[in-house]
Design a protein around this ligand. Sequence first.
Ligand code: ATR
Length: 276
Amino acid sequence: MKKAFVIGHPIAHSLSPLLHGYWLEKYKIEGRYDAINVFPDELNQFVTRLRSGEFVGGNVTLPHKHAIFGLCDEIETDTRIIGAVNTLIMRDNKLVGSNTDQLGFAANLDQMAPGWDKKKGEAIVLGAGGAARAVLVALASRGISHIHILNRTAQKAIDLANELPGPFSGHALTHFTQLASDAQILVNTSSIGMHGTRFEDLPLNNLPRSALVTDIVYTPLITPLLKDAQKAGLKTVDGLGMLLHQAVPGFKAWFGTRPEVTTELRELLINKLRQS
Ligand code: ATR
């Protein structure tokens, strides 16, 4: 039986077992996907188990997303740029580390807002932390003409724009007012929105009517930013789809079937989130 995992510490609240378990059942695959609590000092030992053939691969979450780099045989190019591994695949006896978040981000928008990347216009990304990197790589790979990174600490946005390959520039959050009118997509990657927190002074009315607003935060599902965008009459996409779509390439690599992201699966996860 093929076995996959998600490792992290803590790991009890991971939604991944529910998600992959649903697909294993749906496609009648004889396999398992389990959450395994791995302490930082146990990571080496766990990788030995993985290399011994016990697993086909799995997901990696905090605090191992960086430490795992040094333990892989191959790292995909985008993953190096993003700077974090979230998916491990045993391929020809080699341990391959990849990051599927940028694919998940773009696939979610493809499903929920088809043509989002075809509109003539710039992008604004709020936040310049670890979570911003996958979104920036995704936007650049889809050919968005210019991507403005806006951050509370402007210098971090400027440094990130200089570091990553692509049409990026960095600014303070306050620059939103001037930049908004040329943007067709606004993405929040900062931790604002979690537990209902909101941006002060973000005049969404300055965005064109046709702009799309999306948030990678999904607790709550409709963040205050998305609520404000809806009030302003803008199209919105929530962040749960990114979580669902980032899981697709891993499942395909481990179990051989490309799984579908359906409304039923979304509802299953929404119900689980409501309970926790
Ligand atoms: P992650 O890996 O999840 O991106 P992170 O690297 O700690 O986490 O980044 C958090 C992001 O949210 C940063 O861009 C941070 O802005 P700063 O660089 O100025 O710290 C942003 N953020 C967190 N709290 C914020 C707040 N109250 N207002 C505005 N931005 C905030």
